[in-house]
Design a binder for this molecule. Structure first.
Ligand code: ADP
Ligand code: MG
Length: 314
């Protein structure tokens, strides 16, 4: 069989984060406030996942939509620094690149997001040829992508028929409608990766056991992330909980779930046993919490493993 160009293709949302720190106070109508520090970084959970998966040494291509603007250039150059293939990213003529303005004040934060181009990625942007160039398809942030939402079943059905393995992380629904048709979508997903809160909301119950039972009926491998409690896998009637590589001095947990996914999928693509995928997911989630933001701890395989060794004795 011809060698595939990519180990994984990620379909997802793209934006930059414009992060303001040392601000006088939160905004007030009619007044002007100052910030002491501003950083513009690659945002979005799909991007953190793709970037960290690539840093681990997996060959990753990204399909998403950005604008023809400077923020779009920031997305591209951040990906290129981490080795993510950006040739499939589409640059919209009509819409600007999505951006989140993050206002950090003491322990609190207030965000405003302009979704922009990311909302306009559609099924027809993803050709059969592109899908055939990868072994694995990962999709993240369902609720941020109204353009592709209606055709997600079609996309995954096609990916499975072309022989790809598949994974999906739903992420939070900002509108909290949770209109995710799990019964139709999950049969085409090999690994479903929600956190506990998302799982309960999607299944429409506050009871975790009920939520798991509802979802398992349609699921292949269910991986539930439980923050600093670790994570649990449900598969073929077996339940496996792994404690975290606990970090007691967390810098922040932004992107921990995406880094968990990157660790898990990195091993899964190599056909590693599930337990190894699980452990490595937990390890990468923990590594993520040692630096600020979602990608700072993920330069390349050796430096990632150095953090894993020095901080978590791996
Ligand atoms: N304080 C922590 N110490 C070690 N690992 C952590 C910590 N917080 C999170 N993790 C790891 O990151 C994973 C994902 O975090 P979680 O917050 O559940 O995901 P999400 O970001 O999707 O909400 C957890 O399952 C765990 O393995
Ligand atoms: Mg998450």
């Amino acid at each position: 069989m011809k060698e595939k160009k990519y180990d994984a293709i990620v379909v997802g949302e793209l934006n930059v984060d414009i992060i303001l720190n040392d601000i006088d106070s939160f905004p007030e109508i009619g007044k002007e406030k100052l910030a002491g520090k501003m950083d513009t970084t690659l945002g979005s959970s799909s991007a953190i996942f793709a970037s960290n998966l690539s840093s681990l040494g997996t060959r990753v291509g990204f399909i998403g939509k950005i604008g023809q603007d400077q923020n779009g250039e920031i997305v591209l150059s951040s990906f290129q620094k981490k080795g993510v293939d950006t040739s499939m990213i589409i640059r919209s003529q009509e819409y600007n690149t999505g951006a989140t303005i993050v206002l950090n004040f003491d322990e609190d934060r207030a965000n405003i997001t302009y979704p922009g181009a990311m909302e306009h990625l559609v099924y027809d942007d993803i050709s059969t040829e592109l899908l055939m160039s990868a072994k694995h398809l990962h999709f993240s942030s369902f609720f941020f992508q109204p353009g592709i939402k209606p055709d997600l079943v079609k996309l995954f059905k096609k990916a499975k028929s072309l022989g790809l393995t598949t994974s999906l992380d739903p992420q939070w629904d900002p509108a909290e409608t949770w209109d995710f048709d799990y019964a139709k979508i999950l049969p085409y997903i090999d690994i479903f990766l929600p956190n506990e809160g998302e799982l309960k909301n999607i299944s429409g119950t506050n009871n975790l056991n009920d939520a798991i039972n509802i979802i398992l009926e349609f699921c292949n491998i269910l991986v539930v992330k439980n923050g600093s409690h670790g994570s649990t896998i449900y598969h073929e009637g077996k339940v496996t909980h792994e404690k975290p590589f606990l970090n007691t001095s967390v810098v922040d947990a932004i992107g921990a779930g995406d880094s968990f996914n990157a660790g898990f999928i990195h091993k899964f693509i190599k056909n590693s046993p599930l337990q190894e995928c699980h452990l490595f997911g937990n390890l990468m989630g923990a590594v993520n919490t040692t630096r600020s933001g979602g990608t700072a701890a993920f330069d390349d395989f050796d430096s990632i493993m150095e953090i894993a060794h020095s901080k978590f004795g791996y």
